[in-house]
Design a protein around this ligand. Structure first.
Ligand code: CP
Ligand code: NVA
Length: 307
């Protein structure tokens, strides 16, 4: 049996594979909008394992699998043996004998890697402390829908160098664009943790205004990610000057988009005027999780299809 393909971080796929996927997302979304039944995953099942909370990820995978003719099964740490110390390797052996594909949202990237190493079926990263590839896949689809190719463009990342930031940085290397990052001191990007090959595609800026200057897209995320709640008070103080507001958007390109993976905190990482403003595409971005992941599920289970 050949080892399955997994999607554990953005760089697991090549630029040509992304080009294929972006086109598939467009096609699958078109079918959905036309109410055209499309059930290539009839009889297949996805198991979704959540060790952290979720609205969008659960909903988009569950609805997406159903729309493709398959079924989705939800497991969480609280009421499965996963929370009672069953080794992740044993869980992977068992779960992957009963289902066709697995999505996991967990803490350290190492956990999902251990699971994948023991899985007979593809494993998808539904968010770890280090990466959130499904979200960036949807974000890039959204950028392309609004502005065309992302190649050569400049993305400003303002705030925490978290799982979202790391994944944008990997995407920049794979797809050939630039990321301007501005974080408070002490929260800078760690290239090794981000899994980067080099520093050609990103630049760090002390002043968030400088990072936003001329950007095609400005994006941010919560100041305190899941799993880091104990640091919340210190982070609120450290990040106070890193709120994406109208002043920052004013130095980006006039047609610059604003994105946020959600959930958002208006008045913390973003002002209400920006997230609810004319340049914000956050609802398209959220919707595209559904279409992007349907293309991802299809690709991992069926390979390239042509219809
Ligand atoms: N953006 C995102 O992953 O949202 P959830 O935490 O609601 O899944
Ligand atoms: N960085 C956030 C993203 C939530 C979707 C977190 O990890 O909590």
């Amino acid at each position: 049996m050949n080892p399955p393909r997994h999607y554990l971080q953005f760089k697991d796929f090549s630029a040509p594979e992304y080009a294929y996927l972006f086109e598939r997302v467009r096609r699958i979304k078109e079918k959905f909008k036309r109410y055209e039944p499309y059930h290539p995953l009839f009889d297949r099942s996805l198991v979704m394992i959540f060790e952290k909370a979720s609205t969008r990820t659960r909903l988009s995978f569950e609805a997406g699998m159903q729309q493709l003719g398959g079924a989705a099964i939800y497991l969480n740490t609280r009421d499965s043996q996963l929370g009672r110390g069953e080794p992740v390797e044993d869980a992977a052996q068992v779960i992957s004998r009963m289902t066709d594909i697995v999505m996991i949202r967990t803490f350290e990237q190492e956990i999902i890697e251990r699971f994948a190493a023991n899985s007979r079926v593809p494993v998808i990263n539904g968010l770890t402390n280090e990466y959130h590839p499904c979200q960036i896949l949807a974000d890039i689809v959204t950028f392309i829908e609004h502005r065309g190719s992302i190649k050569g463009k400049t993305i400003a990342w303002i705030g925490d160098s978290n799982n979202m930031c790391n994944t944008w940085l990997q995407a920049a290397e794979v797809l050939g664009f630039n990321v301007h990052v501005s974080t408070p001191p002490g929260y800078e990007v760690e290239p090794e943790r981000a899994g980067l090959y080099g520093t050609d595609n990103f630049e760090q800026f002390a002043d968030p205004m400088d990072a936003c200057r001329g950007a095609d897209l400005v994006t941010t995320d919560v100041w305190t990610s899941m799993g880091f709640e104990a640091e919340n008070e210190a982070r609120m103080k450290a990040f106070a000057d890193w709120q994406v507001d109208e002043e920052m958007m004013a130095v980006a390109r006039p047609d610059a988009l604003f994105m946020h993976c959600l959930p958002a905190h208006r008045g913390e990482e973003v002002s209400a005027g920006v997230i609810d403003g004319a340049n914000s595409v956050v609802w398209d971005e959220a919707e595209n999780r559904l279409h992007a992941q349907k293309a991802l599920l299809e690709f991992l289970l069926l390979g390239r299809v042509d219809d």
